[in-house]
Write a protein that binds this ligand. Structure first.
Ligand code: AGP
Length: 614
Protein backbone atom coordinates (compact mmCIF):
# COMPACT_ATOMS: atom_id res chain seq x y z
CA UNK A 1 0.00 0.00 0.00
CA UNK A 2 1.13 3.66 0.05
CA UNK A 3 4.75 4.20 0.98
CA UNK A 4 6.79 7.23 2.06
CA UNK A 5 10.51 7.92 1.85
CA UNK A 6 12.11 11.29 2.51
CA UNK A 7 15.60 12.59 3.24
CA UNK A 8 17.50 15.72 4.23
CA UNK A 9 21.24 16.20 4.64
CA UNK A 10 24.47 16.41 2.68
CA UNK A 11 23.83 13.65 0.15
CA UNK A 12 22.06 14.07 -3.15
CA UNK A 13 18.40 13.39 -2.43
CA UNK A 14 17.14 11.96 -5.73
CA UNK A 15 19.10 8.66 -5.70
CA UNK A 16 18.05 8.06 -2.09
CA UNK A 17 14.40 8.74 -2.90
CA UNK A 18 14.36 6.51 -5.99
CA UNK A 19 16.15 3.71 -4.17
CA UNK A 20 13.73 4.05 -1.25
CA UNK A 21 10.74 3.90 -3.57
CA UNK A 22 12.10 0.71 -5.11
CA UNK A 23 12.41 -0.82 -1.67
CA UNK A 24 8.78 0.10 -0.95
CA UNK A 25 7.51 -1.45 -4.18
CA UNK A 26 6.70 -4.79 -2.56
CA UNK A 27 3.89 -3.12 -0.59
CA UNK A 28 1.85 -2.68 -3.80
CA UNK A 29 1.08 0.65 -5.52
CA UNK A 30 -0.24 2.14 -8.74
CA UNK A 31 1.70 5.41 -9.14
CA UNK A 32 4.77 7.09 -7.71
CA UNK A 33 6.25 10.54 -7.35
CA UNK A 34 8.82 12.74 -5.71
CA UNK A 35 9.38 16.42 -4.90
CA UNK A 36 12.71 18.09 -4.12
CA UNK A 37 13.86 21.62 -3.45
CA UNK A 38 16.17 23.00 -6.18
CA UNK A 39 17.59 26.50 -6.77
CA UNK A 40 14.45 27.22 -8.78
CA UNK A 41 12.03 26.13 -6.05
CA UNK A 42 10.11 22.85 -5.82
CA UNK A 43 10.57 20.29 -8.60
CA UNK A 44 7.83 17.68 -8.91
CA UNK A 45 7.93 14.38 -10.81
CA UNK A 46 5.06 11.88 -10.86
CA UNK A 47 4.13 8.86 -12.95
CA UNK A 48 1.38 6.28 -13.16
CA UNK A 49 2.92 2.80 -13.09
CA UNK A 50 6.21 1.54 -11.83
CA UNK A 51 9.07 3.33 -10.05
CA UNK A 52 11.34 2.53 -12.99
CA UNK A 53 9.07 4.67 -15.18
CA UNK A 54 9.34 7.52 -12.70
CA UNK A 55 13.14 7.11 -12.59
CA UNK A 56 13.44 7.31 -16.34
CA UNK A 57 11.58 10.66 -16.33
CA UNK A 58 13.75 12.29 -13.64
CA UNK A 59 16.72 14.22 -15.13
CA UNK A 60 20.01 12.71 -13.93
CA UNK A 61 21.51 16.13 -13.14
CA UNK A 62 18.73 17.16 -10.74
CA UNK A 63 20.58 18.59 -7.71
CA UNK A 64 19.00 18.74 -4.29
CA UNK A 65 19.73 17.65 -0.74
CA UNK A 66 16.15 17.43 0.48
CA UNK A 67 13.08 15.68 -0.84
CA UNK A 68 10.00 13.56 -0.25
CA UNK A 69 8.67 10.65 -2.31
CA UNK A 70 5.67 8.36 -2.33
CA UNK A 71 4.14 5.22 -3.81
CA UNK A 72 0.35 5.58 -4.04
CA UNK A 73 -2.32 2.88 -3.77
CA UNK A 74 -5.48 4.69 -4.84
CA UNK A 75 -8.21 5.31 -2.27
CA UNK A 76 -9.75 8.69 -3.19
CA UNK A 77 -9.61 9.34 -6.92
CA UNK A 78 -8.56 7.27 -9.90
CA UNK A 79 -5.08 6.12 -10.77
CA UNK A 80 -3.82 9.24 -12.59
CA UNK A 81 -0.70 11.38 -12.55
CA UNK A 82 -2.70 14.29 -11.09
CA UNK A 83 -3.76 12.10 -8.16
CA UNK A 84 -0.24 10.73 -7.53
CA UNK A 85 1.67 12.23 -4.59
CA UNK A 86 3.36 14.56 -3.74
CA UNK A 87 0.67 17.24 -3.84
CA UNK A 88 1.55 20.94 -3.96
CA UNK A 89 -0.14 23.99 -2.51
CA UNK A 90 -1.48 26.69 -4.85
CA UNK A 91 1.81 28.60 -5.00
CA UNK A 92 3.88 25.41 -5.43
CA UNK A 93 5.91 26.31 -2.33
CA UNK A 94 4.88 23.35 -0.16
CA UNK A 95 4.79 19.65 -1.10
CA UNK A 96 3.16 16.91 0.94
CA UNK A 97 2.90 13.10 0.82
CA UNK A 98 0.31 11.23 2.84
CA UNK A 99 -0.56 7.67 3.82
CA UNK A 100 -4.02 7.23 5.31
CA UNK A 101 -7.42 8.80 4.74
CA UNK A 102 -8.79 12.26 5.54
CA UNK A 103 -12.38 11.49 6.51
CA UNK A 104 -13.75 15.05 6.58
CA UNK A 105 -12.25 15.91 3.22
CA UNK A 106 -15.65 16.92 1.77
CA UNK A 107 -16.39 19.68 4.27
CA UNK A 108 -12.80 20.98 4.27
CA UNK A 109 -12.60 21.04 0.49
CA UNK A 110 -15.87 22.97 0.22
CA UNK A 111 -14.59 25.55 2.70
CA UNK A 112 -11.24 25.93 0.92
CA UNK A 113 -12.90 26.23 -2.48
CA UNK A 114 -15.23 28.90 -1.11
CA UNK A 115 -12.07 30.78 -0.15
CA UNK A 116 -10.78 30.54 -3.72
CA UNK A 117 -8.46 27.53 -3.49
CA UNK A 118 -8.27 25.62 -6.79
CA UNK A 119 -7.91 21.83 -6.47
CA UNK A 120 -5.81 19.95 -9.00
CA UNK A 121 -6.57 16.39 -7.92
CA UNK A 122 -9.42 14.22 -6.64
CA UNK A 123 -7.48 13.16 -3.56
CA UNK A 124 -8.24 13.72 0.08
CA UNK A 125 -4.56 14.54 0.61
CA UNK A 126 -4.68 17.76 -1.34
CA UNK A 127 -6.92 19.29 1.33
CA UNK A 128 -4.06 18.90 3.78
CA UNK A 129 -1.41 20.69 1.73
CA UNK A 130 -3.70 23.67 1.15
CA UNK A 131 -4.43 23.85 4.86
CA UNK A 132 -0.71 23.75 5.71
CA UNK A 133 -0.13 26.49 3.16
CA UNK A 134 -2.86 28.64 4.66
CA UNK A 135 -1.28 28.47 8.10
CA UNK A 136 2.28 28.81 6.81
CA UNK A 137 1.79 31.67 4.38
CA UNK A 138 -1.12 33.74 5.66
CA UNK A 139 -0.33 37.04 7.37
CA UNK A 140 -3.52 36.52 9.39
CA UNK A 141 -2.03 33.46 11.02
CA UNK A 142 0.60 35.23 13.11
CA UNK A 143 1.24 32.21 15.32
CA UNK A 144 1.88 29.75 12.55
CA UNK A 145 3.15 31.86 9.63
CA UNK A 146 6.68 30.89 8.64
CA UNK A 147 6.82 28.10 11.25
CA UNK A 148 6.75 24.66 9.56
CA UNK A 149 5.84 22.68 12.68
CA UNK A 150 3.18 25.13 13.85
CA UNK A 151 1.61 25.29 10.37
CA UNK A 152 1.39 21.50 10.06
CA UNK A 153 0.06 21.21 13.60
CA UNK A 154 -2.66 23.78 12.91
CA UNK A 155 -3.64 22.03 9.67
CA UNK A 156 -3.88 18.66 11.43
CA UNK A 157 -6.19 20.13 14.06
CA UNK A 158 -8.76 20.63 11.32
CA UNK A 159 -8.68 17.12 9.88
CA UNK A 160 -10.22 13.83 10.97
CA UNK A 161 -8.88 10.47 9.85
CA UNK A 162 -5.54 8.73 9.68
CA UNK A 163 -2.22 9.98 8.47
CA UNK A 164 1.47 9.50 8.11
CA UNK A 165 2.73 12.63 6.34
CA UNK A 166 5.96 14.24 5.21
CA UNK A 167 5.97 17.93 4.33
CA UNK A 168 8.57 19.87 2.35
CA UNK A 169 8.86 23.66 2.31
CA UNK A 170 10.55 25.43 -0.64
CA UNK A 171 11.90 28.18 1.61
CA UNK A 172 13.13 25.76 4.31
CA UNK A 173 15.34 23.28 2.42
CA UNK A 174 17.03 22.45 5.72
CA UNK A 175 14.03 20.65 7.25
CA UNK A 176 11.24 18.12 6.79
CA UNK A 177 8.13 17.93 8.95
CA UNK A 178 6.43 14.60 9.67
CA UNK A 179 3.33 13.58 11.62
CA UNK A 180 1.74 10.25 12.44
CA UNK A 181 -1.75 9.21 13.36
CA UNK A 182 -2.59 5.64 12.42
CA UNK A 183 -0.08 5.25 9.57
CA UNK A 184 3.44 4.21 10.53
CA UNK A 185 6.50 6.45 10.19
CA UNK A 186 10.07 5.88 11.25
CA UNK A 187 12.92 8.42 11.27
CA UNK A 188 16.39 7.14 10.32
CA UNK A 189 19.47 8.85 11.73
CA UNK A 190 22.95 8.83 10.18
CA UNK A 191 25.97 11.12 10.17
CA UNK A 192 24.91 14.44 8.60
CA UNK A 193 21.91 12.78 6.95
CA UNK A 194 18.41 11.98 8.15
CA UNK A 195 15.61 9.93 6.63
CA UNK A 196 11.93 9.32 7.05
CA UNK A 197 10.06 6.24 5.86
CA UNK A 198 6.77 4.47 6.32
CA UNK A 199 8.61 1.15 6.49
CA UNK A 200 12.04 0.51 8.09
CA UNK A 201 12.88 -1.67 5.10
CA UNK A 202 13.44 1.49 3.03
CA UNK A 203 16.10 2.71 5.49
CA UNK A 204 18.18 -0.45 5.58
CA UNK A 205 20.97 0.65 3.18
CA UNK A 206 21.49 3.89 5.10
CA UNK A 207 21.11 3.36 8.81
CA UNK A 208 19.88 1.12 11.59
CA UNK A 209 19.49 3.93 14.13
CA UNK A 210 15.84 4.84 14.16
CA UNK A 211 13.13 6.68 16.04
CA UNK A 212 9.62 5.26 15.65
CA UNK A 213 6.96 7.95 15.72
CA UNK A 214 3.83 7.04 17.69
CA UNK A 215 0.28 8.10 16.96
CA UNK A 216 -0.27 11.77 17.82
CA UNK A 217 3.38 12.68 17.36
CA UNK A 218 5.17 15.05 14.99
CA UNK A 219 8.80 15.44 14.02
CA UNK A 220 11.06 18.21 12.75
CA UNK A 221 13.87 16.51 10.89
CA UNK A 222 17.11 18.08 9.72
CA UNK A 223 20.58 16.86 8.70
CA UNK A 224 21.65 16.57 12.33
CA UNK A 225 18.73 14.59 13.70
CA UNK A 226 15.16 14.84 14.84
CA UNK A 227 13.09 16.77 17.35
CA UNK A 228 9.79 15.14 18.30
CA UNK A 229 6.63 16.77 19.60
CA UNK A 230 3.16 15.87 20.71
CA UNK A 231 0.81 16.99 18.00
CA UNK A 232 -1.05 19.11 20.53
CA UNK A 233 1.94 20.66 22.24
CA UNK A 234 5.29 20.16 23.81
CA UNK A 235 8.57 18.44 23.05
CA UNK A 236 9.02 14.77 23.85
CA UNK A 237 12.07 12.58 24.29
CA UNK A 238 11.82 9.74 21.81
CA UNK A 239 14.07 6.74 22.22
CA UNK A 240 16.62 6.03 19.50
CA UNK A 241 16.40 2.31 18.72
CA UNK A 242 18.54 -0.04 16.68
CA UNK A 243 16.86 -2.09 13.97
CA UNK A 244 17.77 -5.62 15.00
CA UNK A 245 16.27 -7.81 12.32
CA UNK A 246 17.04 -6.19 9.00
CA UNK A 247 15.57 -7.56 5.82
CA UNK A 248 17.79 -7.80 2.78
CA UNK A 249 16.98 -6.75 -0.76
CA UNK A 250 13.98 -8.04 -2.57
CA UNK A 251 15.50 -10.83 -4.59
CA UNK A 252 13.91 -13.96 -6.05
CA UNK A 253 17.18 -15.82 -5.35
CA UNK A 254 17.25 -17.91 -8.51
CA UNK A 255 13.49 -18.56 -8.58
CA UNK A 256 11.40 -16.96 -11.33
CA UNK A 257 9.15 -15.28 -8.77
CA UNK A 258 9.25 -14.23 -5.14
CA UNK A 259 6.08 -16.24 -4.45
CA UNK A 260 7.69 -19.48 -5.59
CA UNK A 261 10.83 -18.69 -3.62
CA UNK A 262 8.75 -18.08 -0.51
CA UNK A 263 6.78 -21.32 -1.00
CA UNK A 264 10.08 -23.19 -1.12
CA UNK A 265 11.43 -21.35 1.93
CA UNK A 266 8.74 -22.92 4.11
CA UNK A 267 10.78 -25.81 5.51
CA UNK A 268 13.48 -23.51 6.87
CA UNK A 269 10.95 -20.85 7.93
CA UNK A 270 9.01 -23.46 9.92
CA UNK A 271 12.22 -24.74 11.45
CA UNK A 272 13.01 -21.19 12.63
CA UNK A 273 9.56 -20.85 14.18
CA UNK A 274 9.61 -24.20 15.97
CA UNK A 275 13.18 -24.72 17.07
CA UNK A 276 13.89 -23.84 20.66
CA UNK A 277 10.17 -23.41 21.30
CA UNK A 278 8.84 -26.98 21.07
CA UNK A 279 10.40 -29.33 23.60
CA UNK A 280 9.70 -32.93 22.53
CA UNK A 281 11.39 -34.44 25.62
CA UNK A 282 8.77 -32.99 27.96
CA UNK A 283 5.94 -32.58 25.48
CA UNK A 284 5.77 -28.86 26.19
CA UNK A 285 6.50 -25.59 24.48
CA UNK A 286 7.96 -22.29 25.51
CA UNK A 287 7.10 -18.80 24.24
CA UNK A 288 8.90 -16.29 26.45
CA UNK A 289 7.59 -13.24 24.61
CA UNK A 290 4.01 -14.01 25.61
CA UNK A 291 4.83 -13.28 29.23
CA UNK A 292 2.10 -15.63 30.48
CA UNK A 293 2.69 -17.66 33.63
CA UNK A 294 0.95 -20.98 34.37
CA UNK A 295 -1.56 -19.23 36.64
CA UNK A 296 -2.53 -16.79 33.87
CA UNK A 297 -3.01 -19.69 31.51
CA UNK A 298 -5.05 -21.73 33.96
CA UNK A 299 -7.40 -18.79 34.47
CA UNK A 300 -8.02 -17.96 30.82
CA UNK A 301 -11.74 -17.80 30.12
CA UNK A 302 -11.39 -17.79 26.33
CA UNK A 303 -9.07 -16.97 23.46
CA UNK A 304 -10.04 -14.65 20.59
CA UNK A 305 -7.89 -14.54 17.48
CA UNK A 306 -8.05 -11.56 15.14
CA UNK A 307 -6.65 -11.12 11.65
CA UNK A 308 -7.51 -10.25 8.05
CA UNK A 309 -7.29 -12.27 4.84
CA UNK A 310 -4.79 -15.09 5.09
CA UNK A 311 -4.06 -14.18 8.70
CA UNK A 312 -7.77 -14.66 9.48
CA UNK A 313 -7.70 -18.16 8.01
CA UNK A 314 -4.62 -18.92 10.14
CA UNK A 315 -6.67 -17.63 13.11
CA UNK A 316 -9.45 -20.09 12.22
CA UNK A 317 -6.96 -22.96 12.26
CA UNK A 318 -5.57 -21.65 15.56
CA UNK A 319 -9.01 -21.38 17.16
CA UNK A 320 -9.81 -25.00 16.29
CA UNK A 321 -6.48 -26.14 17.72
CA UNK A 322 -6.87 -24.19 20.93
CA UNK A 323 -10.40 -25.33 21.59
CA UNK A 324 -9.79 -28.96 20.68
CA UNK A 325 -6.37 -29.49 22.22
CA UNK A 326 -6.21 -26.98 25.08
CA UNK A 327 -9.95 -27.14 25.85
CA UNK A 328 -10.31 -23.35 26.08
CA UNK A 329 -13.21 -21.76 24.19
CA UNK A 330 -11.63 -20.09 21.17
CA UNK A 331 -12.95 -18.03 18.27
CA UNK A 332 -11.45 -16.42 15.19
CA UNK A 333 -12.71 -12.99 14.19
CA UNK A 334 -12.22 -10.84 11.12
CA UNK A 335 -10.29 -7.89 12.52
CA UNK A 336 -11.91 -5.38 10.16
CA UNK A 337 -15.32 -6.13 11.71
CA UNK A 338 -14.24 -6.21 15.33
CA UNK A 339 -14.29 -2.68 16.63
CA UNK A 340 -17.30 -1.63 14.55
CA UNK A 341 -19.58 -3.98 16.45
CA UNK A 342 -18.79 -2.46 19.85
CA UNK A 343 -17.42 -5.75 21.18
CA UNK A 344 -17.66 -6.86 24.78
CA UNK A 345 -14.05 -7.31 25.89
CA UNK A 346 -13.71 -9.95 28.59
CA UNK A 347 -10.77 -9.01 30.88
CA UNK A 348 -10.18 -12.72 31.61
CA UNK A 349 -9.84 -13.54 27.90
CA UNK A 350 -6.68 -13.52 25.83
CA UNK A 351 -6.73 -11.81 22.44
CA UNK A 352 -4.20 -12.71 19.75
CA UNK A 353 -3.62 -10.16 16.97
CA UNK A 354 -2.25 -12.10 14.01
CA UNK A 355 -0.50 -10.26 11.17
CA UNK A 356 2.42 -10.80 8.82
CA UNK A 357 3.17 -7.12 8.23
CA UNK A 358 2.19 -5.94 11.69
CA UNK A 359 0.82 -2.84 9.96
CA UNK A 360 -2.68 -3.91 8.86
CA UNK A 361 -4.85 -0.95 9.88
CA UNK A 362 -7.90 -3.08 10.68
CA UNK A 363 -5.94 -5.41 12.96
CA UNK A 364 -4.16 -2.50 14.63
CA UNK A 365 -7.57 -0.84 15.13
CA UNK A 366 -8.84 -4.01 16.83
CA UNK A 367 -5.77 -4.03 19.12
CA UNK A 368 -6.46 -0.45 20.17
CA UNK A 369 -10.14 -1.23 20.83
CA UNK A 370 -9.22 -4.20 23.03
CA UNK A 371 -6.68 -2.12 24.94
CA UNK A 372 -9.15 0.73 25.38
CA UNK A 373 -11.61 -1.69 26.96
CA UNK A 374 -9.04 -3.15 29.33
CA UNK A 375 -8.45 -6.38 27.41
CA UNK A 376 -5.29 -8.46 27.25
CA UNK A 377 -3.91 -8.57 23.69
CA UNK A 378 -0.66 -10.04 22.39
CA UNK A 379 0.76 -10.01 18.88
CA UNK A 380 1.45 -12.95 16.58
CA UNK A 381 3.46 -11.02 14.04
CA UNK A 382 6.20 -11.45 11.46
CA UNK A 383 7.76 -7.99 11.10
CA UNK A 384 9.84 -7.16 14.15
CA UNK A 385 9.19 -3.67 15.52
CA UNK A 386 6.03 -3.22 13.43
CA UNK A 387 3.11 -1.15 14.72
CA UNK A 388 1.08 -4.13 15.99
CA UNK A 389 4.14 -5.69 17.65
CA UNK A 390 4.91 -2.41 19.41
CA UNK A 391 1.29 -1.63 20.29
CA UNK A 392 0.90 -5.07 21.94
CA UNK A 393 4.31 -4.94 23.59
CA UNK A 394 4.22 -8.76 24.03
CA UNK A 395 3.70 -11.70 21.77
CA UNK A 396 5.22 -14.23 19.44
CA UNK A 397 7.25 -13.46 16.36
CA UNK A 398 6.41 -16.03 13.73
CA UNK A 399 9.91 -15.73 12.18
CA UNK A 400 8.98 -16.55 8.61
CA UNK A 401 11.63 -14.10 7.37
CA UNK A 402 10.88 -11.43 4.75
CA UNK A 403 7.72 -12.13 2.81
CA UNK A 404 7.69 -9.77 -0.17
CA UNK A 405 5.25 -11.39 -2.62
CA UNK A 406 1.80 -9.91 -2.15
CA UNK A 407 0.28 -13.38 -1.84
CA UNK A 408 1.08 -14.70 1.60
CA UNK A 409 2.41 -18.27 1.72
CA UNK A 410 5.16 -18.90 4.22
CA UNK A 411 3.61 -16.41 6.65
CA UNK A 412 0.39 -18.48 6.70
CA UNK A 413 2.38 -21.58 7.55
CA UNK A 414 4.38 -19.85 10.24
CA UNK A 415 1.26 -18.27 11.76
CA UNK A 416 -0.27 -21.74 11.99
CA UNK A 417 3.00 -23.11 13.39
CA UNK A 418 3.28 -20.35 16.01
CA UNK A 419 -0.36 -20.87 17.02
CA UNK A 420 0.33 -24.62 17.24
CA UNK A 421 3.25 -23.94 19.60
CA UNK A 422 1.05 -21.65 21.68
CA UNK A 423 -1.65 -24.34 21.79
CA UNK A 424 0.78 -26.97 22.95
CA UNK A 425 2.06 -24.67 25.70
CA UNK A 426 -1.49 -23.82 26.82
CA UNK A 427 -2.74 -27.39 26.55
CA UNK A 428 0.05 -28.74 28.74
CA UNK A 429 -0.69 -26.06 31.37
CA UNK A 430 -4.30 -27.20 31.42
CA UNK A 431 -5.53 -30.62 30.41
CA UNK A 432 -3.01 -32.32 28.12
CA UNK A 433 -1.04 -35.25 29.53
CA UNK A 434 2.75 -35.40 29.26
CA UNK A 435 2.39 -38.50 27.11
CA UNK A 436 0.09 -36.81 24.60
CA UNK A 437 2.23 -33.66 24.74
CA UNK A 438 5.27 -35.66 23.64
CA UNK A 439 3.30 -37.12 20.71
CA UNK A 440 2.18 -33.68 19.51
CA UNK A 441 5.59 -32.08 20.05
CA UNK A 442 7.25 -34.81 17.99
CA UNK A 443 4.66 -34.44 15.24
CA UNK A 444 5.25 -30.69 15.12
CA UNK A 445 9.01 -31.01 15.03
CA UNK A 446 8.74 -33.39 12.07
CA UNK A 447 6.64 -30.99 9.96
CA UNK A 448 9.48 -28.96 8.30
CA UNK A 449 11.00 -32.20 6.95
CA UNK A 450 7.63 -33.36 5.60
CA UNK A 451 7.04 -29.99 3.91
CA UNK A 452 10.44 -30.26 2.28
CA UNK A 453 9.68 -33.77 1.07
CA UNK A 454 6.33 -32.74 -0.42
CA UNK A 455 7.77 -29.69 -2.21
CA UNK A 456 10.41 -31.88 -3.86
CA UNK A 457 7.68 -33.96 -5.53
CA UNK A 458 4.31 -32.16 -5.36
CA UNK A 459 2.22 -34.48 -7.54
CA UNK A 460 -0.14 -33.71 -10.42
CA UNK A 461 -0.63 -29.97 -9.78
CA UNK A 462 -0.35 -29.15 -13.49
CA UNK A 463 -3.32 -31.40 -14.26
CA UNK A 464 -5.37 -29.38 -11.77
CA UNK A 465 -4.08 -26.14 -13.33
CA UNK A 466 -5.62 -27.29 -16.64
CA UNK A 467 -9.00 -27.75 -14.93
CA UNK A 468 -9.12 -24.32 -13.32
CA UNK A 469 -7.57 -21.99 -15.93
CA UNK A 470 -10.74 -21.70 -18.03
CA UNK A 471 -13.20 -22.40 -15.33
CA UNK A 472 -15.99 -19.97 -14.47
CA UNK A 473 -15.76 -20.88 -10.81
CA UNK A 474 -13.82 -23.25 -8.57
CA UNK A 475 -15.39 -24.69 -5.41
CA UNK A 476 -13.09 -25.47 -2.47
CA UNK A 477 -14.38 -27.70 0.34
CA UNK A 478 -12.96 -28.79 3.69
CA UNK A 479 -14.28 -29.76 7.12
CA UNK A 480 -13.07 -29.01 10.62
CA UNK A 481 -9.47 -27.85 10.59
CA UNK A 482 -9.42 -28.18 6.78
CA UNK A 483 -12.25 -25.66 6.23
CA UNK A 484 -9.92 -22.65 6.67
CA UNK A 485 -7.35 -24.40 4.45
CA UNK A 486 -9.99 -24.57 1.70
CA UNK A 487 -10.68 -20.85 2.23
CA UNK A 488 -6.99 -20.05 2.03
CA UNK A 489 -6.68 -22.07 -1.20
CA UNK A 490 -9.58 -20.14 -2.73
CA UNK A 491 -8.16 -16.78 -1.65
CA UNK A 492 -4.77 -17.64 -3.14
CA UNK A 493 -6.20 -18.72 -6.51
CA UNK A 494 -8.34 -15.59 -6.70
CA UNK A 495 -5.61 -13.13 -5.83
CA UNK A 496 -2.81 -14.62 -7.92
CA UNK A 497 -4.72 -15.98 -10.95
CA UNK A 498 -7.96 -13.92 -10.79
CA UNK A 499 -10.02 -17.12 -11.06
CA UNK A 500 -13.42 -16.78 -9.28
CA UNK A 501 -13.53 -19.20 -6.34
CA UNK A 502 -15.74 -19.96 -3.41
CA UNK A 503 -14.83 -21.93 -0.33
CA UNK A 504 -17.29 -23.68 1.96
CA UNK A 505 -17.18 -25.95 4.96
CA UNK A 506 -17.90 -29.24 3.19
CA UNK A 507 -21.10 -29.95 5.10
CA UNK A 508 -22.56 -26.58 4.10
CA UNK A 509 -22.15 -27.31 0.41
CA UNK A 510 -25.51 -29.06 0.12
CA UNK A 511 -27.23 -26.04 1.70
CA UNK A 512 -26.61 -23.81 -1.31
CA UNK A 513 -23.41 -23.91 -3.37
CA UNK A 514 -24.31 -27.32 -4.77
CA UNK A 515 -26.68 -25.43 -7.09
CA UNK A 516 -23.62 -24.10 -8.93
CA UNK A 517 -22.36 -27.54 -9.89
CA UNK A 518 -22.73 -28.69 -13.45
CA UNK A 519 -20.91 -31.37 -15.44
CA UNK A 520 -17.20 -30.63 -15.37
CA UNK A 521 -17.27 -28.01 -12.58
CA UNK A 522 -13.93 -28.20 -10.75
CA UNK A 523 -14.18 -28.97 -7.03
CA UNK A 524 -11.14 -29.21 -4.77
CA UNK A 525 -11.69 -31.15 -1.56
CA UNK A 526 -9.25 -30.97 1.35
CA UNK A 527 -9.64 -34.27 3.21
CA UNK A 528 -6.60 -35.31 5.29
CA UNK A 529 -6.91 -38.30 7.58
CA UNK A 530 -8.81 -37.10 10.65
CA UNK A 531 -12.07 -37.76 12.44
CA UNK A 532 -14.17 -35.82 9.93
CA UNK A 533 -12.53 -37.28 6.82
CA UNK A 534 -15.34 -39.80 6.16
CA UNK A 535 -17.98 -37.09 6.33
CA UNK A 536 -16.02 -34.98 3.85
CA UNK A 537 -15.87 -37.94 1.52
CA UNK A 538 -19.68 -38.13 1.50
CA UNK A 539 -19.71 -34.51 0.30
CA UNK A 540 -17.12 -35.41 -2.33
CA UNK A 541 -19.46 -38.13 -3.60
CA UNK A 542 -22.35 -35.66 -3.70
CA UNK A 543 -20.27 -33.43 -6.01
CA UNK A 544 -19.31 -36.30 -8.28
CA UNK A 545 -22.92 -37.46 -8.47
CA UNK A 546 -23.69 -34.08 -10.09
CA UNK A 547 -20.97 -34.47 -12.70
CA UNK A 548 -18.39 -32.22 -11.01
CA UNK A 549 -14.71 -33.01 -11.54
CA UNK A 550 -13.26 -33.55 -8.09
CA UNK A 551 -9.65 -33.33 -6.95
CA UNK A 552 -8.88 -34.48 -3.43
CA UNK A 553 -5.93 -33.44 -1.29
CA UNK A 554 -5.44 -36.28 1.16
CA UNK A 555 -2.94 -38.08 3.36
CA UNK A 556 -0.56 -40.31 1.43
CA UNK A 557 -1.20 -43.99 1.94
CA UNK A 558 -4.98 -43.49 2.13
CA UNK A 559 -7.00 -44.93 -0.73
CA UNK A 560 -9.26 -41.88 -0.83
CA UNK A 561 -7.65 -40.81 -4.09
CA UNK A 562 -9.58 -43.55 -5.90
CA UNK A 563 -12.86 -41.80 -5.07
CA UNK A 564 -11.89 -38.67 -6.97
CA UNK A 565 -10.93 -37.69 -10.50
CA UNK A 566 -7.55 -36.48 -9.31
CA UNK A 567 -5.60 -37.47 -6.22
CA UNK A 568 -2.98 -35.21 -4.61
CA UNK A 569 -1.41 -36.96 -1.63
CA UNK A 570 0.56 -35.09 1.02
CA UNK A 571 2.80 -36.63 3.71
CA UNK A 572 1.09 -37.87 6.85
CA UNK A 573 1.24 -35.87 10.08
CA UNK A 574 -0.98 -35.76 13.15
CA UNK A 575 -4.53 -34.54 12.43
CA UNK A 576 -3.93 -31.24 14.26
CA UNK A 577 -1.06 -30.19 12.03
CA UNK A 578 -2.42 -31.27 8.64
CA UNK A 579 -3.01 -27.64 7.46
CA UNK A 580 0.76 -27.22 7.26
CA UNK A 581 0.80 -29.93 4.58
CA UNK A 582 -2.57 -29.61 2.86
CA UNK A 583 -2.07 -25.91 2.12
CA UNK A 584 1.03 -26.61 0.00
CA UNK A 585 -0.66 -27.98 -3.16
CA UNK A 586 -3.09 -25.05 -3.00
CA UNK A 587 -0.23 -22.54 -2.94
CA UNK A 588 1.39 -24.26 -5.91
CA UNK A 589 -1.93 -24.41 -7.76
CA UNK A 590 -2.36 -20.64 -7.41
CA UNK A 591 1.21 -19.97 -8.47
CA UNK A 592 1.19 -22.23 -11.52
CA UNK A 593 -2.28 -21.08 -12.65
CA UNK A 594 -1.13 -17.45 -12.39
CA UNK A 595 1.91 -18.38 -14.45
CA UNK A 596 -0.12 -20.10 -17.19
CA UNK A 597 -2.53 -17.16 -17.34
CA UNK A 598 0.34 -14.67 -17.56
CA UNK A 599 -0.59 -12.83 -14.34
CA UNK A 600 1.68 -10.43 -12.47
CA UNK A 601 2.29 -13.06 -9.80
CA UNK A 602 4.23 -11.08 -7.22
CA UNK A 603 2.21 -7.88 -7.72
CA UNK A 604 -1.39 -8.92 -8.48
CA UNK A 605 -3.60 -6.10 -9.70
CA UNK A 606 -5.27 -3.85 -7.13
CA UNK A 607 -3.67 -5.59 -4.16
CA UNK A 608 -1.26 -4.27 -1.57
CA UNK A 609 1.08 -6.22 0.67
CA UNK A 610 0.58 -4.02 3.66
CA UNK A 611 -2.98 -2.73 3.98
CA UNK A 612 -2.54 0.39 6.07
CA UNK A 613 -5.96 1.94 5.46
CA UNK A 614 -9.31 0.73 6.75
C1 AGP B 1 -2.74 -12.75 1.56
O1 AGP B 1 -2.32 -13.46 0.45
C2 AGP B 1 -3.27 -11.43 1.28
N1 AGP B 1 -2.44 -10.68 0.44
C3 AGP B 1 -3.95 -10.69 2.43
O2 AGP B 1 -5.17 -11.34 2.63
C4 AGP B 1 -3.22 -10.56 3.79
O3 AGP B 1 -3.10 -11.81 4.39
C5 AGP B 1 -4.00 -9.57 4.70
O4 AGP B 1 -4.03 -8.32 4.09
C6 AGP B 1 -3.44 -9.47 6.10
O5 AGP B 1 -2.13 -9.00 6.10
P1 AGP B 1 -1.22 -9.07 7.38
O6 AGP B 1 -0.96 -10.51 7.67
O7 AGP B 1 0.02 -8.31 7.01
O8 AGP B 1 -1.97 -8.42 8.51
Amino acid sequence: MCGIIATVGRASAVPVLLDGLKRLEYRGYDSAGLAIVTDQGLALHRRVGRVRELSSGVPADLQSTVGIAHTRWATHGKVTEANAHPHLDGGSRIALVHNGIIENMGALKARLEADGVVFRSETDTEVLVHLVSRYYHSEDEAVTAGDPVAAVRAALRAVRGTWGIAVLFADRPDVLVAARNGSPLVVGLADGQSYLASDPHALVPYTRRVVFLEDGEMALIDANGVQTFQQDGGRIDSAVETLEEVWGDEDAGGFPHLMLKEIHEQPEALERCLSGRVIPETGTAHLGGMDLNPRDMARLSRVSLLGCGTAYFACQVGARLIEDLARVPAKAEIASEFRHRNPVVDPEALFLAVSQSGETADTLGAVREIQLKGGNVVGVVNVVGSSIARACGRGVYIHSGPEMAVASTKAFSNMVAALSVFTLMLARQRTLSAHQGVVYAEQLRAVPGLVKRYLADPGPIDELVKWVTDSRMVLFLGRGISAPVASEGALKLMEVAYVPCIAYPAGEMKHGPIALLEPGSPVIVVAPRDDVCDKTLSNLQECRARGARVAVIHTEGDDIGELADLSIPVPATGPFFSPLLTVLPLQLLAYRTGLVLGRDIDRPRNLAKSVTVE
